[in-house]
Design a protein around this ligand. Structure first.
Ligand code: NAD
Ligand code: UDP
Length: 349
């Protein structure tokens, strides 16, 4: 069974590719490497000892994306390809709408043409906007607070309409909470461009000495220590959730949203503490003002995914910190390290 993975070279995509290959699926990766390195896919091959086709392609190039469907016998699609930086989406909204929404429209229109009606879509807990209560269940009110969030919400609505128009579709909307961690080998992980926006890559870059100190955005929220609380989930658990969602879309028609989180929230200070314990490194920090648009507390009610997909996050905060640190310390410059460049050159030769 062949699964097309769009955005498969990225952080969550590469970990999902490993799980898919280990579970015996054939995969095809389509990625334009706008926010990733082909090196990550070389490492997916190394970790699994399996080969697969890679299309260096922009999902906006509809004609060429269609060729991928013509050339391969695809059973289902896992659709990660998208831009994800909230701040950037405020600065260049047209680019975000175009990339995420037009890209998805291209994809599902081609899927319709080729009668491939099974798709797992990367949505986000951001579709809950400013949640009125925690834990957040799937039927909590939806809203968006920035262009990035609106692309996710709009795509969810589009996919709902698509199912209404044709009940042959089978669609899983996966609302991720806060993915961190890395593959336990330390060979693949999160590789942000420039200064990271997210907490964990910022912490690991402070710990390795690339950044001087962490700014904690606000200590006046109504949480246990005043700092923001999030539901951090190990990326390998998240990847495994995609396999469960894939089984679901392969076997049943419908459109369903699922929270993929642990159900447990941790504050920024708790994360710093957990990280310092496992790494043995100090993470200097200072308290700064709240980040505009941030919410105080956000964690999932993951019971629907457990009941309907048979999926539950297994890894705790300690493993998340150990694996984030392993990835960062073994690859201080992500996929740009000397060894990576040599590997990459060999891969291209
Ligand atoms: P990522 O940036 O590491 O991966 C996305 C991949 O998509 C990259 O490899 C990028 O090159 C590719 N891509 C982007 N636009 C493309 C295009 N037009 N054509 C082809 N490829 C394209 O991000 P990630 O963290 O792995 O996230 C994967 C998905 O999950 C995204 O859709 C993101 O919005 C969503 N998501 C991520 C998080 C998170 O915190 N990481 C949380 C919720 C949802
Ligand atoms: N955060 C912080 N300093 C940073 C980055 C993040 O204090 O440099 C806080 C942020 O305010 C939030 C938590 O860490 O409370 C998680 O932030 P992240 O950007 O990783 O996730 P999101 O806010 O998008 O859920």
């Amino acid at each position: 069974m062949t699964i097309l993975v769009t955005g498969g070279a990225g952080f969550i995509g590469s970990h999902t590719c490993v799980e898919l290959l280990n579970a015996g699926y054939e995969i095809i990766v389509l990625d334009n490497f706008s926010n990733s390195s082909p090196k990550s896919l070389e490492r997916v091959k190394e970790l699994t000892n399996k080969n697969f086709k890679i299309y260096n392609l922009d999902i906006l190039e509809k004609f060429n994306v269609e060729k991928v469907f013509e050339e391969n016998d695809i059973t289902a699609v896992i659709h990660f390809a998208g831009l994800k930086a909230v701040g950037e989406s405020v600065e260049i909204p047209i680019h975000y709408y175009y990339n995420n929404i037009t890209g998805t429209l291209n994809l599902i229109d081609i899927m319709r043409k080729y009668k491939i009606f099974k798709i797992v879509f990367s949505s986000s807990a951001t579709v809950y906007g400013m949640p009125k209560q925690v834990p957040i269940s799937e039927n909590s009110p939806l809203s968006a607070m920035n262009p990035y969030g609106r692309t996710k919400l709009m795509i969810e609505e589009i996919l709902n309409d698509v199912y209404t128009s044709n009940n042959n579709w089978s669609i899983a909307l996966l609302r991720y909470f806060n993915p961190i961690g890395a593959h336990e080998s330390g060979r693949i992980g999160e590789n942000p461009n420039g200064i990271p926006n997210n907490l964990m890559p910022f912490i690991t870059q402070v710990a390795i000495g690339k950044l001087n100190e962490l700014k904690v955005f606000g200590n006046d929220y109504s949480t246990s220590d005043g700092t923001g609380v999030r539901d951090y989930i190990h990326v390998v658990d998240l990847a495994k959730g995609h396999l469960k969602a894939l089984e679901k879309v392969i076997n049943f028609n419908g459109v369903e949203a699922y929270n993929l989180g642990t159900g447990q929230g941790y504050s920024v200070l708790e994360m710093i503490d957990a990280f310092e314990k496992v790494s043995g490194r100090k993470v200097p920090y200072s308290i700064a003002s709240r980040r505009p648009g941030d919410i105080g507390e956000c964690f999932a009610d993951p019971t629907k995914a457990e009941k309907e997909l048979g999926w539950k996050a297994e890894k705790g905060i300690k493993e998340m910190c150990i694996d984030s640190w392993k990835w960062q310390s073994q690859n201080p410059n992500g996929f740009l390290d000397k060894e990576s460049i040599v590997d990459y050159a060999n891969a291209l030769a």
